[in-house]
Ligand binder design. Structure first.
Ligand SMILES: [Zn+2]
Length: 149
């Protein structure tokens, strides 16, 4: 039985008050502004305990968000995850396909598969290691990539 719990997903961009398309330097600006605003040391001594706790919570979240979005590598990973979530929300997966079932294109080092709409699913060799969902380049169908053992 699968018993693991999924950690609730947080939208790190909205925590930093930014768009997913924001540049790292924009994100940094927002982060610096917010981290000052919510810094526990910056709160006046007479704020109610509950408010103080919220601030600390917020402060931690902002810090976490920046740890993820302020780093090229983790940002890329997070963006990919977001992208997959978006795809999942778009509709049901049309088919499950093993990478071996896709055709390998030597020229651009990618795998591809024809969609029934006539379009093409394609994924680069590098992406194939990480992504599990691939969308058709023409229609809105999605396939799930299975990683064989
Ligand atoms: Zn298609």
């Amino acid at each position: 039985m699968m018993a693991f719990e999924q950690t609730p997903k947080k939208d790190w961009y909205s925590i930093l008050g930014a768009n997913p398309s924001a540049s790292i330097s924009d994100l940094k600006q927002n982060y610096q502004k917010l981290i000052l605003m919510y810094h526990p040391d910056k709160q006046s001594a007479d704020v109610p305990a509950g408010t103080m706790e919220e601030c600390v919570q917020k402060f931690i979240e902002i810090d976490q968000a920046w740890k993820i979005l302020g780093n090229e590598e983790t940002k890329k990973e997070y963006d990919l995850q977001r992208h997959e979530d978006d795809l999942r929300n778009m509709g049901p997966v049309d088919a499950q396909v093993y990478l071996e079932e896709m055709s390998w294109n030597k020229d651009d080092h990618s795998f591809s598969l024809s969609c029934r709409c006539g379009g093409k699913y394609s994924v680069s060799e590098e992406e194939a290691e990480e992504v599990t969902l691939v969308s058709c380049d023409t229609c809105s169908l999605i396939i799930e990539l299975l990683h064989g053992s």
